[in-house]
Ligand binder design. Structure first.
Ligand code: SF4
Length: 360
């Protein structure tokens, strides 16, 4: 697994953004130049003085944009050079408590929008930057302001924002019609067409109704939307009905992503009651996909190893797991479709992974 947070020492007084480089390419105020390297890590110098980073080589860090937290003694690799999976975790707070949450929320919030903005402005050309939480739109005004300024200055950058869609309202329609939002996609979860079931899964009464309100706002704004549905035992049989609902009411979305469960957070402790072995029974998933596609809604499968998906739907299984947390089973070695396959999360039960693969 690629470590995104590394031990770091810096005498600066407060957190700052730095772009790490080997040689004399330091032509910006955020550029830090390599001055030494040993078996533990690399040391750089820049406008905030020295920063010594452990646990990675200078070659691995070359071109990375990091946030250094001197008090916390760490550096976060916010934008790794060459990665297409860079994500800003803007808050750990959330108003929902999903049964299978991969990152259970915290009560506290640390505001780092100014640092994220500086970092995004240093992104590689053509970057797609993820935004995640917690729930990013709990800080909607700060979030939109940050994205608008970055998008305004960098016409080559796009954002993909994961949000539960609980906080959009009529006042947002005009703002979200700004052409800059043509480079923002909203990834929004919907778990069932039945309000009671959706609300139970997300742990919040009224969440489904509020989501419908937000979807209407986003539709009126012409927003780009990716719907997301995590597969769990509670909703698997209701997927075909959800497909029908999406085709009738949410047809304006760009794509519907059906996602296999991640063995972490709440899902780890509830694995036995939540996990659906789609390889054993793909019927409700296949029926849902067919219903959606026949009615003009594009569907795709995330976190489904390709060999575990029946041939008819295999082409929809994307290599969706981020590079820093993806692995393959030992049994995958001879597979010819590895590059197109999601593989497994680093924390997926090894026995389950090894037993389930059938190299293609
Ligand atoms: S054998 Fe491994 S790499 Fe190949 S499709 Fe299955 S899980 Fe993916």
């Amino acid at each position: 697994m690629i470590r995104l947070t590394l031990p770091a020492m810096s005498d600066a007084e407060r957190p700052y953004v730095a772009r790490l480089g080997r040689t004399g390419s330091s032509n910006g105020v955020h550029d830090f130049e390599l001055i030494g390297e040993d078996v533990d890590g690399a040391t750089y110098v820049g406008r905030n003085g020295l920063v010594a980073i452990d646990g990675a080589t200078a070659a691995e860090l070359e071109g990375d944009v990091i946030i250094v937290d001197p008090a916390g003694g760490r550096a976060e690799r916010i934008l790794r050079r060459g990665s297409t999976h860079n994500t800003l975790l803007v808050t750990e707070r959330c108003d929902q408590l999903c049964l299978m949450c991969s990152q259970p929320p915290k009560k506290t919030h640390v505001d780092r929008f100014a640092l994220f903005e500086e970092a995004c402005l240093l992104a590689e050309p053509g970057s797609l930057i993820g935004v995640s939480g917690g729930e990013p739109t709990l800080y909607k005004s700060d979030l939109l302001g940050m994205m608008e300024r970055v998008l305004g200055e960098r016409s080559d950058i796009e954002f993909h924002v994961l949000t539960n869609g609980q906080f959009f309202d009529d006042a947002d329609v005009v703002r979200l019609r700004d052409p800059r939002y043509g480079r923002v996609t909203w990834g929004i979860p919907v778990y069932a067409a039945e309000a009671v079931l959706h609300d139970r899964i997300v742990g919040k009464d009224g969440a489904f109704d509020r989501l419908e309100t937000s979807m209407a706002v986003l539709a009126r704004a012409g927003a780009r939307i990716e719907l997301r549905t995590v597969l769990i035992a509670d909703n698997v049989q209701a997927l075909p009905i959800l497909a029908s609902y999406i085709a009738r009411r949410l047809r304006f979305v760009e794509v519907w992503s059906i996602m296999q469960l991640e063995h972490i957070g709440f899902a780890r402790t509830r694995w036995a009651s939540l996990f659906v072995d789609h390889a054993a029974d793909f019927a409700p998933i296949g029926e849902a996909i067919d219903q959606a596609m026949l009615r003009g809604v594009r569907a795709q499968l995330f976190n489904f190893p390709r060999c575990t998906v029946p041939v008819a739907w295999r082409g929809l299984a994307r290599a969706s797991i981020s590079d820093w947390k993806r692995r393959y089973a030992d049994a995958c070695s001879p597979c010819r479709e590895r590059d197109a396959c999601s593989g497994f999360f680093e924390w997926h039960p090894t026995e389950q992974a090894e037993a389930g693969v059938r190299p293609l």
